[in-house]
Structure formats: structure tokens, C-alpha cells
Design a protein around this ligand. Structure first.
Ligand code: SAJ
Length: 416
């Protein structure tokens, strides 16, 4: 089949590659000329393990081609961003324009699938009327539905293959067509349902995680007041067979968990109380951490903080919605000089790959992201470069006994 994938980001590109590698002819479409140009030469602009090799292969074989515009195909897959606005409302402009770009090419028998995480009703109230402008009828002339992606950055290719998937159709026949298509590479189960259920499932999965992280963050604050170590509490609670408390931290980042719960709040604001509170609890963490930092730095003139890690999660280069960027801004507003070191981020202003430079003259090392390489920090060497030897671990990750041996005063989120 010919498949047209619209939006070649973290989800669209790997998905396009999987179809291209499993017997389909794929056209990848993106408005960004840099992405199209790179892909035409078998290159990519994002970092994801094993993706560069797969892209090279499918492009070289001629199974994946890059285009600036949609073109006629058997299947259209829409995987474009669904961000939130400043006032926490969904911005569906990309889904709208991607859907509009399909309309002139829509033919009888086509299948249109939304992969982007979207508010409930996107398929039947936004996409359906737009697509029916073609004169074709959804559910009979063409097929339509939602099959949300569920993959985690850093393990996208493995998870695309092995994760279970939901195929939500406008009609049962639409769901069946979607499931049939993904079966060419998905080794997990594919569950057929209706499109609205699929939309809410995706939002609920990420909201479940957000709420659990919020609980861990709230516990961390409570433990600091009660002089108890939250990490020990969580470790011991999780020995219970039915308990799985998540990990506290400086906040929730990424374009999914920090965004998707708002789509539920937007639809049902008077009912989505826990969801709303969890979101604001997690959003409060950068300023909570900033307050603790201010307490550590009190009395120090012109303080400098070195942030270890700025990405939204470990061992990736992805900084989208990173709470560390919010924290950095808060500290700068409070008159703190901040040097940001991240081994995964290159070519971004204000972020260095030179650890010594970032640490030089610093008053506090702040571990914000648990990149694997931070497990073994050379505190002896780092301490020699610093003005004051303070270490604050927001992830309970580094070896604090090494830091103490090197003369550091150690601080831990979730412990006084
Ligand atoms: N985090 C914590 N404590 C935890 C777990 C995570 O503070 O115990 C923070 C992380 O540091 C990070 C944020 O949460 O800032 C989100 O990271 P994540 O690894 O939990 O999730 P994402 O955003 O990378 O990917 C999620 C996944 N959803 C779920 O696990 C339910 C993924 O499967 C989805 O496909 C993805 O969202 C998406 O695209 O929606």
C-alpha cells in the first residue's frame, strides 16, 4: 500500500520507517524544508537510538521518500504536534491543516488515521467534517479513526514493535482496517474500539502517570516537613504487591505528560479536579526546588549554580517542556548565575558540553536529570573548581557518599 505520513517528528518519522521497512511504499510529509531535505538524503535531525540506521536503509531502498506536500495515497497518517496554548487550551491548528491537506487527495477506499494525542472528539467533530468536504462519506466511502502512539522517547523503535496498540474507528469497520494495517509490524496486541474511547485512553494513560508523579512530589514535600526520607518511604512502600509509587523530581517535562491532562481539564473543567490538581502540583516543583536552592545559597554573594542536565528526562537530547528550563529561568530572575551542562545537548545557546567550565567558580552543583554518566561524578576534581562545595540531588541518583568524602555538603529533594 502507499502510505502518506504527515508530520515527521519523534513519532511520525519512526512510524513511517516501520511501514517502509515492512513492505509499504511510504511518503513522509513535513512543512519544515530542513527535515525534508535531510530525509531525502537519508539523514535525520532528531536523536533516537537506531533510528538513523533505519532511515538510511529505507531511504536507500526507495521505500521512504520525503515530500513538502501531501499526495494521493491509500492511507494517510497524521502525526503532527498538538500543543497547548498559554492558557492551557489545546491548539489543534496543526491537526486541522494536516487534515485539510488530505482533502484534495482523498479517494474512495482511503483510510485516514490520527496518531497525534488529541482531545476527545477530534476525529468525529474536527476531522470528519473537514474530510467530508471531499464529497465522500466517512465510514462508507473512506475510513477514519485514531490509533494513538504510546512509545517512549529513547526506546521508540522497540516500543513501536512490542507495545500493545489501540485502534479506534469511527465505525467498527474503520477500527478493523486500522488494526489490519498496523499488524504488519506491531507484535503486541491490537485492541479495536471506537475513536472517542481511543482518544480518552491515550489521555488517561499519561494522566495516570502525571497523577502518580504528583503524589510522589507531594510526598516529597511532606517528608521534608516531617524530616523523613521520601526515597526510603517510596522504596519500602513499593515492596507491597499492589503499590507502585512513582519518583519525585524537579517537575514533569516532555510534550506528553505535562500537556495531555489539560486536554481532559479543557473538556470537563468542573469534573477533572484530581487531574487539574496533579498538573499544578507537578508544575509547582521548579519553584519549590528554586526555594530550596535559595536556602542553600543564603549568605553567598553573587551565587552561581551549575545545573547538571537540562533535558526533560535522562539519556535523551530532548528539552521540550523541561522543568529544568523553568527552574533556570526562576533562578536567573532571582539574581543567580546559572551554568547549564548537558552532555546530550549540542548547539543550544546557554548550554555547554564543557563540565569544567560550567563548574568553575560555582557554589552549588544541582543534579536535575539522572543521565547515566552522572552516577559516577568525580567530586574530588569538581570540588577543586568550585567556590563552595554544595551538592543538591533532585533525583536521589549520584553517589552522595563520594561527594561527602570530597568535602561537599549534600542536599536531597524529599529529605531535609
Ligand atoms: N517523571 C518523574 N517521576 C517519575 C516518572 C517520570 O518525575 O516517576 C518525569 C520525567 O522526569 C519526565 C516526565 O516525568 O520529566 C515524563 O517522562 P516519562 O518518561 O514518564 O514519559 P514521556 O513523556 O517520555 O512519555 C510518555 C509515556 N507515557 C506513559 O508512560 C504513560 C509514553 O508511553 C507515551 O507514548 C508518551 O508519553 C506520549 O507520547 O504520550
Amino acid at each position: 500500500m502507499k502510505i502518506c505520513v504527515i508530520g515527521l517528528g519523534y513519532i511520525g518519522l519512526p512510524t513511517a520507517c516501520m511501514f517502509a521497512d515492512h513492505g509499504h511504499q511510504v511518503v513522509g510529509v513535513d512543512k519544515n524544508p530542513a527535515i525534508v531535505e535531510a530525509l531525502s538524503q537519508g539523514n535525520i535531525l532528531i536523536e533516537e537510538p537506531h533510528l538513523p540506521e533505519l532511515v538510511k536503509k529505507v531511504v536507500a531502498e526507495g521505500h521512504l521518500q520525503a515530500r513538502a506536500e501531501a499526495e494521493p495515497a491509500d492511507v494517510f497518517i497524521i502525526s503532527v504536534p498538538t500543543p497547548i496554548t498559554e492558557d492551557k487550551k489545546s491548539d489543534m491548528s496543526y491537526v486541522r491543516s494536516a487534515t485539510e491537506s488530505v482533502v484534495p487527495h482523498l479517494q474512495k477506499g482511503n483510510l485516514v488515521i490520527l496518531e497525534s494525542t488529541s482531545p476527545v472528539g477530534t476525529v468525529d467533530t474536527l476531522m470528519l467534517p473537514l474530510l467530508e468536504r471531499s464529497g465522500l462519506k466517512a465510514g462508507t466511502d473512506f475510513f477514519l479513526g485514531h490509533s494513538p502512539e504510546r512509545v517512549i522517547p529513547g526506546q521508540i523503535l522497540t516500543e513501536l514493535l512490542h507495545n500493545n496498540r489501540i485502534a479506534g474507528g469511527l465505525t467498527p469497520q474503520c477500527a478493523e482496517k486500522i488494526a489490519q494495517l498496523y499488524r504488519c509490524f506491531v507484535e503486541g496486541e491490537i485492541y479495536e474500539t471506537d475513536a472517542r474511547t481511543a482518544e480518552l485512553c491515550k489521555l488517561s494513560e499519561n494522566t495516570f502517570r502525571d497523577i502518580n508523579i504528583a503524589f510522589a512530589n507531594e510526598l516529597a514535600k511532606i517528608c521534608e516537613r516531617l524530616d523523613i526520607n521520601v526515597w526510603e518511604v517510596i522504596r519500602l512502600c513499593n515492596k507491597h504487591p499492589r503499590v507502585n509509587i512513582h519518583q519525585p523530581g524537579p517537575g514533569v517535562g516532555g510534550h506528553c505528560i505535562a500537556v495531555d491532562p489539560w486536554f481532559i481539564v479543557e473538556k470537563e473543567p468542573s469534573l477533572a479536579n484530581i487531574i487539574h490538581l496533579a498538573r499544578t502540583t507537578n508544575d509547582s516543583m521548579p519553584s519549590y526546588v528554586a526555594e530550596r536552592i535559595q536556602a542553600i545559597l543564603s549568605g553567598i554573594q553573587h551565587p552561581k549554580v551549575t545545573m547538571l542536565g537540562v533535558t526533560y528526562k535522562p539519556d535523551v537530547d530532548d528539552m521540550r517542556e523541561s522543568p529544568l528550563l523553568v527552574l533556570r529561568q526562576l533562578l536567573v530572575q532571582q539574581g543567580v548565575t546559572v551554568a547549564s551542562y548537558d552532555p546530550f545537548v549540542t548547539g543550544k545557546p546557554g548550554i555547554t558540553n564543557d563540565l569544567d567550565e560550567a563548574v568553575s567558580g560555582s557554589d552549588l552543583l544541582l543534579l536535575g536529570v539522572h543521565h547515566q554518566q552522572f552516577k559516577q561524578l568525580d567530586f574530588q576534581a569538581l570540588g577543586k573548581l568550585m567556590r563552595h562545595k554544595n551538592f543538591f540531588d533532585t533525583r536521589n541518583f549520584a553517589d552522595r557518599s563520594c561527594a561527602e568524602d570530597a568535602g561537599f555538603t549534600c542536599h536531597l529533594l524529599g529529605k531535609n
